[in-house]
Design a protein around this ligand. Sequence first.
Ligand code: OXD
Ligand code: MN
Length: 599
Amino acid sequence: MNKYTNAHLTDNKVVLDWIEEMAALTQPDSITWIDGTEEQAEELRREACSTGELIKLNEELLPNCYYHRTAVNDVARVEDRTYICTPTQEEAGNVNNWMDPDEMYEKLYKLYRGSMKGRKMYIIPYSMGVVGSEFAKIGIEITDSIYVVLNMLIMTRAGKEVAEVIDESFVRCLHAVADRDLENRYIVHFPQDNTIMSVNSGYGGNVILGKKCFALRIASYLGRKEGWLAEHMLILGIEYPNGETRYIAGAFPSACGKTNLAMLIPPEVYRKQGYKAWTVGDDIAWLRVGKDGRLWAVNPEFGFFGVAPGTNEQSNPNALATTRKDCIFTNVALKTDDMTVWWEGLTKEPPDNLLEWKGSPWNISMYDKKDKSTAAANPNSRFTAKAENCPCISPEFNNPAGVPISAIIFGGRRARTAPLVYQARDWQHGVFVGAIMASETTAAAAGAVGVVRRDPMAMRPFTGYNMGDYFRHWLDMGKVITNKPAIFNVNWFRTDDEGRFIWPGFGENMRVVLWVLSRAAGEVDADEAAIGYLPKPSDINIEGLDDVTIDTVRELLSVDKEAWKEDCASIREFFNFIGDRVPKELYDELDKLEANLDK
Ligand code: OXD
Ligand code: MN
Protein backbone atom coordinates (compact mmCIF):
# COMPACT_ATOMS: atom_id res chain seq x y z
CA MET A 1 0.00 0.00 0.00
CA ASN A 2 1.44 3.42 -0.83
CA LYS A 3 -1.70 5.41 -0.14
CA TYR A 4 -0.54 6.58 3.28
CA THR A 5 0.24 10.28 3.50
CA ASN A 6 2.20 9.93 6.75
CA ALA A 7 3.93 7.29 8.85
CA HIS A 8 2.02 4.65 10.81
CA LEU A 9 1.70 5.62 14.45
CA THR A 10 1.88 1.99 15.57
CA ASP A 11 3.50 -1.24 14.41
CA ASN A 12 0.77 -3.34 15.98
CA LYS A 13 -0.02 -5.89 13.30
CA VAL A 14 -3.61 -6.45 14.40
CA VAL A 15 -4.25 -2.73 14.04
CA LEU A 16 -2.50 -2.41 10.70
CA ASP A 17 -4.23 -5.49 9.27
CA TRP A 18 -7.61 -4.17 10.29
CA ILE A 19 -6.89 -0.80 8.66
CA GLU A 20 -5.75 -2.54 5.47
CA GLU A 21 -8.93 -4.58 5.44
CA MET A 22 -11.14 -1.52 5.93
CA ALA A 23 -9.20 0.40 3.27
CA ALA A 24 -9.56 -2.47 0.82
CA LEU A 25 -13.29 -2.41 1.50
CA THR A 26 -13.91 1.33 1.31
CA GLN A 27 -11.18 2.17 -1.27
CA PRO A 28 -10.15 5.69 -0.22
CA ASP A 29 -7.71 7.73 -2.32
CA SER A 30 -5.41 8.28 0.64
CA ILE A 31 -4.97 7.34 4.29
CA THR A 32 -3.78 9.72 7.00
CA TRP A 33 -3.01 8.95 10.63
CA ILE A 34 -4.30 11.61 13.03
CA ASP A 35 -1.40 12.48 15.31
CA GLY A 36 -3.07 15.03 17.60
CA THR A 37 -0.77 17.89 16.64
CA GLU A 38 -2.10 21.42 16.25
CA GLU A 39 -0.33 21.70 12.86
CA GLN A 40 -2.24 18.76 11.42
CA ALA A 41 -5.55 19.92 12.88
CA GLU A 42 -4.98 23.38 11.39
CA GLU A 43 -4.25 21.90 7.98
CA LEU A 44 -7.49 19.90 8.15
CA ARG A 45 -9.48 22.98 9.17
CA ARG A 46 -8.02 24.87 6.21
CA GLU A 47 -8.93 22.06 3.86
CA ALA A 48 -12.48 21.80 5.26
CA CYS A 49 -12.92 25.57 4.83
CA SER A 50 -11.74 25.36 1.22
CA THR A 51 -14.46 22.81 0.40
CA GLY A 52 -17.22 24.52 2.41
CA GLU A 53 -17.44 21.68 4.94
CA LEU A 54 -16.53 24.24 7.59
CA ILE A 55 -16.91 28.01 7.70
CA LYS A 56 -14.39 30.00 9.71
CA LEU A 57 -16.00 32.34 12.23
CA ASN A 58 -14.84 35.77 13.36
CA GLU A 59 -11.32 35.29 14.69
CA GLU A 60 -11.54 38.23 17.07
CA LEU A 61 -14.96 37.45 18.55
CA LEU A 62 -14.79 33.67 18.37
CA PRO A 63 -11.13 32.67 18.04
CA ASN A 64 -10.46 29.32 16.40
CA CYS A 65 -14.20 28.65 16.03
CA TYR A 66 -15.87 27.00 13.05
CA TYR A 67 -19.35 26.50 11.70
CA HIS A 68 -20.80 23.37 10.13
CA ARG A 69 -24.13 22.37 8.64
CA THR A 70 -25.20 18.76 8.40
CA ALA A 71 -27.54 17.47 5.71
CA VAL A 72 -31.16 18.46 6.33
CA ASN A 73 -32.16 14.80 6.77
CA ASP A 74 -29.35 14.21 9.24
CA VAL A 75 -29.76 16.32 12.38
CA ALA A 76 -30.16 13.87 15.28
CA ARG A 77 -29.38 10.42 16.53
CA VAL A 78 -31.47 7.82 14.77
CA GLU A 79 -32.63 5.29 17.31
CA ASP A 80 -34.67 3.29 14.84
CA ARG A 81 -31.51 2.76 12.77
CA THR A 82 -29.28 1.93 15.74
CA TYR A 83 -28.59 -1.77 16.29
CA ILE A 84 -27.01 -4.01 18.88
CA CYS A 85 -25.97 -7.11 16.96
CA THR A 86 -25.13 -9.64 19.64
CA PRO A 87 -24.97 -13.32 18.62
CA THR A 88 -28.53 -13.89 19.90
CA GLN A 89 -31.50 -11.54 20.03
CA GLU A 90 -32.04 -12.41 23.67
CA GLU A 91 -28.68 -10.79 24.55
CA ALA A 92 -29.72 -7.49 22.96
CA GLY A 93 -33.24 -7.66 24.39
CA ASN A 94 -36.52 -6.10 23.35
CA VAL A 95 -35.48 -2.50 23.94
CA ASN A 96 -32.73 -2.63 21.28
CA ASN A 97 -32.97 -3.20 17.56
CA TRP A 98 -31.22 -6.41 16.66
CA MET A 99 -30.17 -8.29 13.55
CA ASP A 100 -28.13 -11.45 13.16
CA PRO A 101 -24.46 -10.30 13.13
CA ASP A 102 -23.56 -12.19 9.93
CA GLU A 103 -26.54 -10.79 8.11
CA MET A 104 -25.76 -7.29 9.35
CA TYR A 105 -22.06 -7.51 8.43
CA GLU A 106 -23.04 -8.58 4.94
CA LYS A 107 -25.51 -5.72 4.58
CA LEU A 108 -23.00 -3.18 5.88
CA TYR A 109 -20.07 -4.40 3.82
CA LYS A 110 -22.18 -3.80 0.72
CA LEU A 111 -22.82 -0.23 1.83
CA TYR A 112 -19.17 0.44 2.68
CA ARG A 113 -17.76 -1.15 -0.48
CA GLY A 114 -16.10 1.64 -2.49
CA SER A 115 -17.80 4.29 -0.33
CA MET A 116 -14.54 6.25 0.10
CA LYS A 117 -13.58 6.30 -3.58
CA GLY A 118 -12.36 9.80 -4.39
CA ARG A 119 -12.22 10.57 -0.67
CA LYS A 120 -9.61 10.63 2.07
CA MET A 121 -9.54 8.23 4.98
CA TYR A 122 -8.43 9.35 8.43
CA ILE A 123 -7.35 7.05 11.25
CA ILE A 124 -7.97 8.44 14.71
CA PRO A 125 -6.41 6.58 17.65
CA TYR A 126 -8.23 7.80 20.76
CA SER A 127 -8.61 7.10 24.44
CA MET A 128 -11.76 7.38 26.48
CA GLY A 129 -10.35 8.40 29.85
CA VAL A 130 -6.88 9.63 30.82
CA VAL A 131 -4.37 7.77 28.64
CA GLY A 132 -2.92 4.84 30.52
CA SER A 133 -5.26 5.10 33.54
CA GLU A 134 -7.05 2.08 34.98
CA PHE A 135 -10.35 3.45 33.70
CA ALA A 136 -9.21 4.22 30.14
CA LYS A 137 -10.22 2.27 27.04
CA ILE A 138 -8.84 2.77 23.59
CA GLY A 139 -10.54 2.94 20.21
CA ILE A 140 -9.59 3.69 16.64
CA GLU A 141 -12.08 5.51 14.49
CA ILE A 142 -11.67 5.32 10.74
CA THR A 143 -13.64 8.07 9.02
CA ASP A 144 -13.79 9.93 5.73
CA SER A 145 -15.02 13.14 7.37
CA ILE A 146 -12.76 15.98 8.48
CA TYR A 147 -15.66 17.25 10.59
CA VAL A 148 -15.60 13.97 12.51
CA VAL A 149 -11.82 14.15 12.96
CA LEU A 150 -12.01 17.68 14.36
CA ASN A 151 -14.89 16.75 16.68
CA MET A 152 -13.05 13.68 17.94
CA LEU A 153 -9.97 15.82 18.62
CA ILE A 154 -12.12 17.91 20.98
CA MET A 155 -14.27 15.14 22.46
CA THR A 156 -11.54 12.55 23.13
CA ARG A 157 -7.85 12.35 23.95
CA ALA A 158 -6.59 11.48 20.48
CA GLY A 159 -3.33 11.09 18.58
CA LYS A 160 0.19 9.78 18.82
CA GLU A 161 0.36 9.18 22.58
CA VAL A 162 -2.68 6.91 22.33
CA ALA A 163 -1.31 4.98 19.33
CA GLU A 164 1.81 4.27 21.35
CA VAL A 165 -0.10 2.29 23.98
CA ILE A 166 -2.56 0.53 21.71
CA ASP A 167 -3.05 -3.23 21.92
CA GLU A 168 -5.40 -5.76 20.34
CA SER A 169 -8.27 -4.89 22.67
CA PHE A 170 -9.00 -1.59 20.90
CA VAL A 171 -12.57 -0.84 19.82
CA ARG A 172 -12.84 -0.88 16.04
CA CYS A 173 -14.91 2.03 14.75
CA LEU A 174 -15.63 2.51 11.06
CA HIS A 175 -17.51 5.54 9.80
CA ALA A 176 -18.28 6.45 6.20
CA VAL A 177 -20.41 9.44 5.26
CA ALA A 178 -21.44 7.68 2.00
CA ASP A 179 -24.58 9.29 0.47
CA ARG A 180 -26.20 10.28 3.77
CA ASP A 181 -29.06 8.14 2.58
CA LEU A 182 -31.59 7.85 5.41
CA GLU A 183 -32.91 4.53 4.11
CA ASN A 184 -29.44 3.03 4.37
CA ARG A 185 -28.28 4.81 7.51
CA TYR A 186 -27.00 2.33 10.11
CA ILE A 187 -25.37 2.80 13.48
CA VAL A 188 -24.39 -0.70 14.46
CA HIS A 189 -22.65 -2.24 17.44
CA PHE A 190 -21.15 -5.72 17.58
CA PRO A 191 -20.24 -5.83 21.30
CA GLN A 192 -18.78 -9.34 21.14
CA ASP A 193 -16.36 -8.11 18.43
CA ASN A 194 -15.57 -4.71 20.02
CA THR A 195 -16.80 -3.18 16.77
CA ILE A 196 -18.89 -0.16 15.79
CA MET A 197 -19.98 0.59 12.22
CA SER A 198 -21.69 3.82 11.17
CA VAL A 199 -22.69 4.65 7.62
CA ASN A 200 -24.72 7.27 5.75
CA SER A 201 -24.72 9.91 8.48
CA GLY A 202 -22.64 12.97 9.29
CA TYR A 203 -24.45 14.04 12.50
CA GLY A 204 -22.60 14.07 15.84
CA GLY A 205 -24.14 11.32 17.95
CA ASN A 206 -24.14 8.96 14.97
CA VAL A 207 -20.54 9.59 13.94
CA ILE A 208 -18.46 10.84 16.87
CA LEU A 209 -18.12 7.18 17.71
CA GLY A 210 -16.19 7.60 20.98
CA LYS A 211 -19.27 9.10 22.58
CA LYS A 212 -22.60 7.26 22.69
CA CYS A 213 -21.50 4.27 20.61
CA PHE A 214 -18.32 3.44 22.51
CA ALA A 215 -18.47 5.19 25.89
CA LEU A 216 -22.05 4.01 26.52
CA ARG A 217 -23.17 1.10 24.33
CA ILE A 218 -19.92 -0.85 23.99
CA ALA A 219 -18.66 0.29 27.40
CA SER A 220 -21.85 -0.79 29.18
CA TYR A 221 -21.35 -4.26 27.70
CA LEU A 222 -17.69 -4.29 28.79
CA GLY A 223 -18.66 -2.93 32.20
CA ARG A 224 -21.00 -5.83 32.81
CA LYS A 225 -18.31 -8.30 31.82
CA GLU A 226 -15.64 -6.60 33.88
CA GLY A 227 -17.64 -5.44 36.92
CA TRP A 228 -18.08 -1.69 36.43
CA LEU A 229 -20.71 0.74 35.13
CA ALA A 230 -20.83 2.97 32.03
CA GLU A 231 -23.64 5.46 32.58
CA HIS A 232 -25.39 8.40 30.91
CA MET A 233 -24.49 10.64 33.84
CA LEU A 234 -23.07 14.04 34.63
CA ILE A 235 -20.55 14.36 37.44
CA LEU A 236 -20.70 17.47 39.62
CA GLY A 237 -18.55 18.50 42.58
CA ILE A 238 -19.82 20.84 45.28
CA GLU A 239 -17.08 22.54 47.28
CA TYR A 240 -18.13 23.58 50.78
CA PRO A 241 -16.81 26.69 52.50
CA ASN A 242 -14.49 24.47 54.60
CA GLY A 243 -12.77 23.25 51.42
CA GLU A 244 -14.35 19.78 51.35
CA THR A 245 -15.75 18.72 47.94
CA ARG A 246 -18.54 16.16 47.59
CA TYR A 247 -19.57 14.64 44.26
CA ILE A 248 -22.82 13.52 42.71
CA ALA A 249 -23.43 11.56 39.51
CA GLY A 250 -26.74 12.26 37.78
CA ALA A 251 -28.62 10.49 35.00
CA PHE A 252 -31.16 12.47 32.98
CA PRO A 253 -32.58 11.72 29.54
CA SER A 254 -31.17 13.70 26.59
CA ALA A 255 -31.71 17.44 26.68
CA CYS A 256 -33.16 17.50 30.23
CA GLY A 257 -30.57 20.00 31.45
CA LYS A 258 -27.64 17.72 32.30
CA THR A 259 -25.15 20.24 30.95
CA ASN A 260 -26.87 23.03 32.91
CA LEU A 261 -26.75 21.06 36.16
CA ALA A 262 -23.16 19.97 35.53
CA MET A 263 -22.10 23.61 35.10
CA LEU A 264 -24.37 25.26 37.64
CA ILE A 265 -23.46 28.52 39.30
CA PRO A 266 -24.30 28.53 43.02
CA PRO A 267 -27.03 30.99 43.99
CA GLU A 268 -25.88 34.23 45.59
CA VAL A 269 -26.68 33.03 49.14
CA TYR A 270 -24.23 30.18 48.74
CA ARG A 271 -21.59 32.07 46.77
CA LYS A 272 -21.38 34.58 49.60
CA GLN A 273 -20.63 31.77 52.03
CA GLY A 274 -17.88 30.40 49.82
CA TYR A 275 -19.59 27.46 48.10
CA LYS A 276 -18.31 26.53 44.63
CA ALA A 277 -19.47 24.09 41.97
CA TRP A 278 -17.11 22.10 39.74
CA THR A 279 -17.88 20.22 36.52
CA VAL A 280 -16.26 16.83 36.07
CA GLY A 281 -18.56 15.69 33.25
CA ASP A 282 -21.83 16.63 31.56
CA ASP A 283 -22.90 13.44 29.80
CA ILE A 284 -21.06 10.20 30.55
CA ALA A 285 -19.61 8.63 33.69
CA TRP A 286 -17.61 5.46 34.06
CA LEU A 287 -17.88 4.14 37.60
CA ARG A 288 -15.72 1.61 39.41
CA VAL A 289 -15.52 0.37 42.97
CA GLY A 290 -12.42 1.71 44.71
CA LYS A 291 -10.28 -0.06 47.26
CA ASP A 292 -12.18 1.88 49.91
CA GLY A 293 -15.47 0.26 48.78
CA ARG A 294 -16.77 3.56 47.44
CA LEU A 295 -17.91 4.20 43.89
CA TRP A 296 -15.36 6.27 41.92
CA ALA A 297 -16.24 8.07 38.70
CA VAL A 298 -14.40 9.50 35.72
CA ASN A 299 -15.70 11.38 32.74
CA PRO A 300 -14.21 9.45 29.81
CA GLU A 301 -14.73 12.38 27.44
CA PHE A 302 -12.48 15.36 26.80
CA GLY A 303 -15.05 17.93 25.67
CA PHE A 304 -18.74 18.80 25.58
CA PHE A 305 -21.16 18.17 22.72
CA GLY A 306 -23.90 20.36 24.10
CA VAL A 307 -27.31 21.46 22.86
CA ALA A 308 -27.02 25.14 21.87
CA PRO A 309 -30.64 26.46 21.93
CA GLY A 310 -31.56 27.77 25.36
CA THR A 311 -27.93 28.30 26.38
CA ASN A 312 -27.40 31.90 27.45
CA GLU A 313 -25.85 34.21 30.00
CA GLN A 314 -28.62 33.39 32.52
CA SER A 315 -29.28 29.70 31.93
CA ASN A 316 -25.67 28.53 31.66
CA PRO A 317 -22.97 31.23 31.57
CA ASN A 318 -20.25 28.60 32.03
CA ALA A 319 -21.34 26.66 28.95
CA LEU A 320 -21.55 29.87 26.97
CA ALA A 321 -18.05 30.88 28.06
CA THR A 322 -16.79 27.42 27.09
CA THR A 323 -17.97 28.00 23.51
CA ARG A 324 -16.19 31.33 23.02
CA LYS A 325 -13.02 29.78 21.58
CA ASP A 326 -11.81 26.56 19.86
CA CYS A 327 -15.42 25.52 19.27
CA ILE A 328 -17.30 23.86 16.42
CA PHE A 329 -20.91 24.95 16.02
CA THR A 330 -23.28 22.62 14.17
CA ASN A 331 -26.67 23.61 12.72
CA VAL A 332 -27.00 26.86 14.68
CA ALA A 333 -27.82 30.10 12.80
CA LEU A 334 -25.01 32.03 11.16
CA LYS A 335 -24.89 35.80 11.69
CA THR A 336 -23.30 36.91 8.46
CA ASP A 337 -22.54 40.58 9.18
CA ASP A 338 -19.91 39.72 11.79
CA MET A 339 -19.53 35.96 11.19
CA THR A 340 -20.72 34.90 14.62
CA VAL A 341 -23.49 32.50 15.60
CA TRP A 342 -26.95 32.71 17.12
CA TRP A 343 -29.56 30.32 18.43
CA GLU A 344 -32.98 30.62 20.04
CA GLY A 345 -32.57 31.81 23.59
CA LEU A 346 -29.07 33.26 23.15
CA THR A 347 -30.64 36.74 23.21
CA LYS A 348 -34.30 37.68 23.63
CA GLU A 349 -34.64 39.12 20.14
CA PRO A 350 -32.97 37.55 17.14
CA PRO A 351 -30.39 39.80 15.49
CA ASP A 352 -30.53 40.82 11.82
CA ASN A 353 -28.57 39.16 9.06
CA LEU A 354 -29.14 35.57 10.01
CA LEU A 355 -28.91 32.51 7.83
CA GLU A 356 -30.94 29.73 9.37
CA TRP A 357 -29.40 26.31 9.97
CA LYS A 358 -30.15 25.13 6.44
CA GLY A 359 -28.40 28.20 4.99
CA SER A 360 -31.23 30.52 3.82
CA PRO A 361 -31.87 34.10 4.99
CA TRP A 362 -34.13 34.06 8.06
CA ASN A 363 -36.24 36.40 10.13
CA ILE A 364 -38.71 35.79 12.92
CA SER A 365 -41.74 35.98 10.62
CA MET A 366 -40.60 32.67 9.12
CA TYR A 367 -40.89 30.90 12.45
CA ASP A 368 -43.87 28.58 12.84
CA LYS A 369 -44.28 27.56 16.49
CA LYS A 370 -45.83 24.25 15.47
CA ASP A 371 -42.82 23.30 13.37
CA LYS A 372 -39.65 23.66 15.42
CA SER A 373 -37.46 23.02 12.40
CA THR A 374 -38.47 26.49 11.14
CA ALA A 375 -36.45 28.05 13.99
CA ALA A 376 -33.23 29.82 13.03
CA ALA A 377 -31.14 27.20 14.81
CA ASN A 378 -32.10 23.56 14.57
CA PRO A 379 -33.59 22.55 17.97
CA ASN A 380 -30.83 19.92 18.24
CA SER A 381 -28.03 22.25 17.10
CA ARG A 382 -24.82 21.76 19.02
CA PHE A 383 -21.52 23.14 20.20
CA THR A 384 -18.43 20.96 20.43
CA ALA A 385 -16.24 22.60 23.04
CA LYS A 386 -13.08 21.75 24.95
CA ALA A 387 -13.56 20.82 28.61
CA GLU A 388 -10.39 22.72 29.45
CA ASN A 389 -12.05 25.95 28.24
CA CYS A 390 -14.84 25.59 30.80
CA PRO A 391 -14.45 28.15 33.61
CA CYS A 392 -15.73 25.68 36.22
CA ILE A 393 -13.92 22.57 35.04
CA SER A 394 -12.98 20.52 38.08
CA PRO A 395 -9.33 20.40 39.17
CA GLU A 396 -9.95 16.63 39.28
CA PHE A 397 -11.00 16.40 35.62
CA ASN A 398 -7.72 14.75 34.61
CA ASN A 399 -7.28 12.73 37.79
CA PRO A 400 -6.84 9.14 36.59
CA ALA A 401 -8.41 7.82 39.82
CA GLY A 402 -11.61 9.83 39.32
CA VAL A 403 -13.74 11.26 42.12
CA PRO A 404 -15.69 9.48 44.89
CA ILE A 405 -19.47 9.60 44.45
CA SER A 406 -21.58 10.42 47.51
CA ALA A 407 -24.97 10.37 45.80
CA ILE A 408 -26.58 9.26 42.56
CA ILE A 409 -29.52 11.22 41.25
CA PHE A 410 -31.98 10.15 38.61
CA GLY A 411 -34.36 12.60 36.97
CA GLY A 412 -36.64 13.33 34.08
CA ARG A 413 -39.25 15.75 32.87
CA ARG A 414 -42.46 14.89 34.69
CA ALA A 415 -45.15 17.56 34.79
CA ARG A 416 -47.15 15.86 37.57
CA THR A 417 -46.02 12.67 39.26
CA ALA A 418 -42.46 12.95 40.53
CA PRO A 419 -41.84 15.34 43.43
CA LEU A 420 -38.95 17.81 43.42
CA VAL A 421 -36.79 15.20 45.15
CA TYR A 422 -37.09 11.93 47.03
CA GLN A 423 -34.63 9.38 48.30
CA ALA A 424 -34.64 5.65 47.75
CA ARG A 425 -34.76 3.53 50.90
CA ASP A 426 -31.74 1.41 49.95
CA TRP A 427 -29.69 0.27 46.94
CA GLN A 428 -32.29 -2.16 45.60
CA HIS A 429 -35.02 0.43 45.85
CA GLY A 430 -32.63 2.92 44.23
CA VAL A 431 -32.14 0.60 41.27
CA PHE A 432 -35.92 0.43 41.00
CA VAL A 433 -36.17 4.24 41.12
CA GLY A 434 -33.67 4.41 38.25
CA ALA A 435 -35.43 1.64 36.34
CA ILE A 436 -38.80 3.44 36.39
CA MET A 437 -37.44 6.76 35.13
CA ALA A 438 -39.59 8.39 32.49
CA SER A 439 -39.51 11.65 30.60
CA GLU A 440 -41.09 13.69 27.89
CA THR A 441 -39.14 13.22 24.65
CA THR A 442 -37.04 16.09 23.27
CA ALA A 443 -35.34 17.02 20.02
CA ALA A 444 -32.07 15.17 20.75
CA ALA A 445 -33.35 12.07 18.99
CA ALA A 446 -35.36 12.01 15.79
CA GLY A 447 -39.10 11.45 16.30
CA ALA A 448 -42.06 12.98 18.11
CA VAL A 449 -41.36 15.59 20.78
CA GLY A 450 -43.29 15.82 24.07
CA VAL A 451 -44.38 12.19 24.43
CA VAL A 452 -43.74 10.48 27.79
CA ARG A 453 -41.50 7.49 27.46
CA ARG A 454 -39.84 5.15 29.93
CA ASP A 455 -36.10 5.71 29.97
CA PRO A 456 -34.43 3.57 32.66
CA MET A 457 -31.37 5.32 34.10
CA ALA A 458 -31.56 7.52 30.94
CA MET A 459 -29.95 4.52 29.22
CA ARG A 460 -32.81 3.32 27.01
CA PRO A 461 -31.02 4.34 23.79
CA PHE A 462 -27.55 3.50 25.09
CA THR A 463 -27.50 0.06 26.75
CA GLY A 464 -25.41 -2.37 24.71
CA TYR A 465 -27.25 -5.46 25.96
CA ASN A 466 -30.52 -6.71 27.42
CA MET A 467 -32.13 -4.13 29.73
CA GLY A 468 -33.18 -6.86 32.15
CA ASP A 469 -29.55 -7.98 32.47
CA TYR A 470 -28.56 -4.35 32.88
CA PHE A 471 -30.87 -4.06 35.92
CA ARG A 472 -29.37 -7.27 37.27
CA HIS A 473 -25.87 -5.82 36.84
CA TRP A 474 -26.89 -2.74 38.85
CA LEU A 475 -28.25 -4.97 41.64
CA ASP A 476 -25.05 -7.04 41.59
CA MET A 477 -22.89 -3.91 41.80
CA GLY A 478 -24.69 -3.12 45.05
CA LYS A 479 -23.13 -6.25 46.53
CA VAL A 480 -19.57 -5.08 45.85
CA ILE A 481 -19.95 -1.38 46.64
CA THR A 482 -19.56 -1.71 50.38
CA ASN A 483 -19.70 2.05 50.93
CA LYS A 484 -22.66 2.87 48.74
CA PRO A 485 -23.75 6.26 47.44
CA ALA A 486 -27.33 7.15 48.40
CA ILE A 487 -29.79 7.21 45.47
CA PHE A 488 -32.32 9.96 44.74
CA ASN A 489 -34.83 11.03 42.14
CA VAL A 490 -35.27 14.70 41.20
CA ASN A 491 -37.74 16.52 38.99
CA TRP A 492 -37.09 20.16 38.10
CA PHE A 493 -40.01 20.22 35.67
CA ARG A 494 -43.17 20.07 37.75
CA THR A 495 -45.83 22.43 36.37
CA ASP A 496 -48.88 24.19 37.77
CA ASP A 497 -52.40 24.10 36.29
CA GLU A 498 -51.38 26.66 33.68
CA GLY A 499 -48.42 24.54 32.61
CA ARG A 500 -45.83 26.90 34.16
CA PHE A 501 -42.77 25.44 35.85
CA ILE A 502 -43.11 25.75 39.64
CA TRP A 503 -39.44 25.35 40.57
CA PRO A 504 -37.00 27.98 39.24
CA GLY A 505 -34.41 25.36 38.23
CA PHE A 506 -30.94 26.14 36.82
CA GLY A 507 -28.48 27.30 39.53
CA GLU A 508 -31.22 27.10 42.15
CA ASN A 509 -31.11 23.31 41.76
CA MET A 510 -28.07 23.47 44.00
CA ARG A 511 -30.49 23.91 46.92
CA VAL A 512 -31.80 20.40 46.21
CA VAL A 513 -28.31 19.01 45.56
CA LEU A 514 -27.22 20.26 48.99
CA TRP A 515 -30.14 18.47 50.65
CA VAL A 516 -29.19 15.34 48.71
CA LEU A 517 -25.58 15.57 49.88
CA SER A 518 -26.57 16.22 53.50
CA ARG A 519 -28.93 13.30 53.41
CA ALA A 520 -26.26 11.04 51.88
CA ALA A 521 -23.97 12.01 54.73
CA GLY A 522 -26.69 11.31 57.31
CA GLU A 523 -26.76 14.95 58.39
CA VAL A 524 -30.48 15.62 57.98
CA ASP A 525 -33.78 13.85 58.73
CA ALA A 526 -36.48 13.00 56.21
CA ASP A 527 -40.14 11.96 56.13
CA GLU A 528 -41.02 8.43 55.12
CA ALA A 529 -43.58 8.33 52.29
CA ALA A 530 -45.08 5.70 49.99
CA ILE A 531 -42.44 6.32 47.34
CA GLY A 532 -39.37 6.75 49.57
CA TYR A 533 -37.96 9.49 51.81
CA LEU A 534 -39.10 13.07 51.26
CA PRO A 535 -37.34 16.14 52.62
CA LYS A 536 -38.96 18.03 55.44
CA PRO A 537 -40.09 21.13 53.52
CA SER A 538 -38.13 23.44 55.82
CA ASP A 539 -34.92 21.57 54.95
CA ILE A 540 -34.97 22.86 51.37
CA ASN A 541 -33.34 26.26 51.72
CA ILE A 542 -35.42 28.90 49.90
CA GLU A 543 -33.61 31.96 51.24
CA GLY A 544 -33.29 34.56 48.50
CA LEU A 545 -35.92 33.00 46.22
CA ASP A 546 -38.65 35.54 45.40
CA ASP A 547 -41.33 33.26 44.02
CA VAL A 548 -40.91 30.22 46.22
CA THR A 549 -42.53 29.95 49.66
CA ILE A 550 -42.66 27.04 52.07
CA ASP A 551 -46.10 26.26 50.59
CA THR A 552 -44.57 26.07 47.13
CA VAL A 553 -42.05 23.56 48.48
CA ARG A 554 -44.88 21.58 50.07
CA GLU A 555 -46.65 21.50 46.72
CA LEU A 556 -43.44 20.44 44.96
CA LEU A 557 -43.03 17.59 47.43
CA SER A 558 -46.62 16.39 47.30
CA VAL A 559 -47.33 12.90 46.02
CA ASP A 560 -50.49 12.37 43.98
CA LYS A 561 -51.26 8.75 44.82
CA GLU A 562 -53.78 8.30 42.01
CA ALA A 563 -51.27 9.54 39.41
CA TRP A 564 -48.66 7.20 40.88
CA LYS A 565 -51.01 4.24 40.67
CA GLU A 566 -51.52 4.94 36.99
CA ASP A 567 -47.76 5.16 36.65
CA CYS A 568 -47.40 1.77 38.33
CA ALA A 569 -49.57 0.20 35.66
CA SER A 570 -47.39 1.66 32.93
CA ILE A 571 -44.23 0.53 34.77
CA ARG A 572 -45.53 -3.03 34.93
CA GLU A 573 -46.32 -2.91 31.25
CA PHE A 574 -42.80 -1.66 30.52
CA PHE A 575 -41.13 -4.32 32.69
CA ASN A 576 -43.19 -6.95 30.90
CA PHE A 577 -42.08 -5.51 27.56
CA ILE A 578 -38.42 -5.74 28.59
CA GLY A 579 -39.10 -9.40 29.21
CA ASP A 580 -38.37 -12.18 31.63
CA ARG A 581 -34.83 -11.06 32.41
CA VAL A 582 -36.16 -8.22 34.57
CA PRO A 583 -34.99 -9.22 38.08
CA LYS A 584 -37.66 -10.44 40.46
CA GLU A 585 -36.38 -7.90 43.00
CA LEU A 586 -37.69 -5.07 40.81
CA TYR A 587 -41.15 -6.64 40.55
CA ASP A 588 -41.02 -6.97 44.37
CA GLU A 589 -40.28 -3.25 44.60
CA LEU A 590 -43.18 -2.51 42.28
CA ASP A 591 -45.52 -4.64 44.40
CA LYS A 592 -44.29 -2.82 47.50
CA LEU A 593 -44.87 0.57 45.89
CA GLU A 594 -48.41 -0.39 44.90
CA ALA A 595 -49.12 -1.65 48.39
CA ASN A 596 -47.72 1.54 49.93
CA LEU A 597 -49.91 3.68 47.67
CA ASP A 598 -52.97 1.74 48.77
CA LYS A 599 -52.26 2.26 52.47
C1 OXD B 1 -26.55 13.66 23.77
C2 OXD B 1 -27.79 12.89 23.89
O1 OXD B 1 -26.21 14.09 22.67
O2 OXD B 1 -28.03 12.34 24.97
O3 OXD B 1 -25.89 13.83 24.80
O4 OXD B 1 -28.54 12.81 22.93
MN1 MN C 1 -26.49 12.53 26.41
